[in-house]
Design a protein. Structure first.
Length: 241
């Protein structure tokens, strides 16, 4: 049974592509969206979707500038400063911060309609509780590929089983939202020995090692990597009832 649900935000990157395209030298987690920093907005979204607490891994630059800008951070979020080498190491840092069990994680730049976020959490919870497979490690949110650059393609069966993740083009890509077991951190040492340097490669390795990851399709998600994505996200938020 999935009882207490922990929340986590992966936010230790520099967001270089967004900085270059907006010409605004602010760390991505602190960029305003809907009147609040993306970091704060994502934390509130996870709490509203069912997480009892949220831990966010940010880098030292984000922590420093957040203090200088007096960014308002919800009391429900615990900030942990780690200057990690890559997205995989940011995810693995959560292994030291979360209690054993299940957690909902998102990248800080995954802008997802709240109704879809809540649906994903509820359906993922049911999938896990109904699944009899002891190798079940979690559920990933996927969405239809719309031509975005550098996506992580997901090979998904008709019943939602992910057969593989990688660069081979399929109709589905990951959406930066994950419902996972803390058991995935058991693979940390193997991933490091293999020289893996990205979260996408770590998730692919979990599947290759025989662990099960399922997929749930969501709609309306926006991955904010460039100025045009930020404009689209702001427009979508304004249109939300």
């Amino acid at each position: 049974m999935v009882t207490k649900l922990q929340g986590a935000i992966i936010a230790a990157g520099r967001g270089q592509r967004l900085r270059i395209s907006t010409r605004d030298d602010i760390p991505k987690p602190l960029v305003k969206l809907g009147g609040e920093a993306m970091l704060s907005r994502q934390a509130s979204a996870l709490i509203d979707a069912g997480a009892e607490s949220v831990v966010a891994v940010i880098n030292s630059e984000t922590a420093r500038i957040a203090g200088e800008m007096a960014i308002e951070i919800p009391t429900s979020i615990r900030l942990v400063v780690r200057d990690t080498a890559n997205s995989m190491e940011t995810m693995l840092a959560l292994g030291d911060l979360l209690k054993p069990g299940w957690f909902i994680a998102s990248t800080v730049d995954a802008v997802i309609p709240q109704i879809e976020l809540v649906r994903f959490v509820n359906e993922a919870r049911r999938k896990i509780e109904d699944c009899g497979d002891k190798n079940m490690s979690g559920v990933l949110a996927v969405t239809r590929w719309r031509g975005e650059s550098k996506p992580l393609f997901a090979d998904v069966t008709s019943n939602g089983l992910i057969l593989g993740l990688g660069n081979r083009q399929t109709s589905m890509v990951t959406a930066g939202l994950y419902f996972l077991s803390t058991g995935i951190f058991d693979f940390a040492a193997d991933a490091r020995r293999a020289g893996l340097d990205a979260l996408r490669r770590f998730l692919a390795m979990i599947i290759e090692r025989g662990k099960r990851l399922d997929a749930i399709e969501i709609e309306g998600s926006i991955d904010v990597d460039e100025a045009s994505d930020l404009d689209a996200a702001r427009l979508a938020i304004r249109k939300t009832p």
